[in-house]
Design a protein around this ligand. Structure first.
Ligand SMILES: Nc1ncnc2c1ncn2[C@@H]1O[C@H](COP(=O)(O)OP(=O)(O)OP(=O)(O)O)[C@@H](O)[C@H]1O
Ligand SMILES: [Mg+2]
Length: 249
């Protein structure tokens, strides 16, 4: 069965897109078939694969609840539903319960075509993220490893739990990925311990701050293709393996 994973955090710039793109590329390397859905009008996931898009085709497919328009990427096994600024219209056009179920309905047209569908969400809990949460079974939350991120994290988990009880009983937070970590800082160890209390057993391998991860998007390649031997590629391979095992539980 196709498993849908939403990469969510209402905080901006924490590593959602970097995680979505690179976990997808690592799973592709491991022989999985993966679809990345760029559900952010910023279009960052698309640009990270070297694809610029206006987002109108995705907006239209959601509105008509037809199959999503996807294309293949440079990463083995990875397809992409691209997005861009036109998708911002969703905020005005999609309302109410039905407006939050459009992505789920669209995905029914292609059930089983991929092993995993990864949804890269915008930094808000608006209608696009609601669509992702309704369509998904799994939530992965990338966080920046610092104290201020921690306060937002408990709110985020609470929001997903509320959504689960009201609108999607199969939804659960499967992992927290500490991103942009600087392991030598003492705060980092304290932060990991606090997170472990929030989601016991659910804290993934950390992703270190790494220049290749910051550079890769401008080349339009996931880090495993841009610089396969970088720390960034190493860290995301570990995260991808860990998450694969968690989702199989
Ligand atoms: N581990 C890392 N090391 C170095 N740079 C990173 C790392 N992770 C992410 N970045 C960089 O930080 C910036 C923000 O990351 P990213 O776009 O993944 O965050 P985001 O949560 O998707 O942001 P937004 O909320 O705007 O969608 C990007 O420029 C990205 O290249
Ligand atoms: Mg992003």
């Amino acid at each position: 069965m196709q498993q849908v994973v939403a990469i969510v955090n209402h905080k901006g710039g924490v590593g959602k897109t970097t995680s979505a793109v690179n976990i997808a590329a690592c799973w592709g390397e491991m022989g999985k078939r993966v679809l990345v859905i760029d559900l952010d009008p910023q279009g960052s996931a698309s640009l990270s694969f070297g694809i610029a898009d206006d987002g109108n085709a995705l907006l239209h497919a959601l509105q008509q609840t037809t199959a999503l328009p996807f294309l293949s990427t440079t990463a083995r096994g990875v397809d992409l539903v691209p997005a861009g600024h036109g998708l911002a219209e969703a905020r005005q056009r999609f309302v109410g319960t039905v407006g939050g179920e459009l992505l789920m309905r669209c995905l029914k047209h292609t059930e089983g075509q991929w092993d995993f569908v990864i949804v890269d969400c915008p930094p808000s809990l608006g209608i696009l993220t609601i669509n992702a949460l309704k369509a998904s079974a799994h939530v992965v939350i990338p966080v920046e490893a610092n104290y201020l991120s921690f306060s937002g994290l408990s709110q985020m988990i609470q929001a997903v739990n509320t959504f689960q009880s009201q609108r999607n009983p199969v939804l659960s937070v499967r992992g927290i990925i500490p991103c942009r970590a600087q392991a030598r800082r003492r705060i980092h160890g304290e932060f990991l311990a606090m997170m472990e209390k929030l989601l016991p057993g659910g804290i993934g391998p950390m992703v270190r701050e790494n220049v290749s991860l910051a550079e890769a998007p401008s080349s339009g390649l996931p880090v495993v293709l841009y610089y396969p031997n970088s720390n960034g590629a190493y860290d995301y391979r570990r995260v991808a393996q860990w998450l694969l095992e968690r989702l199989a539980l």
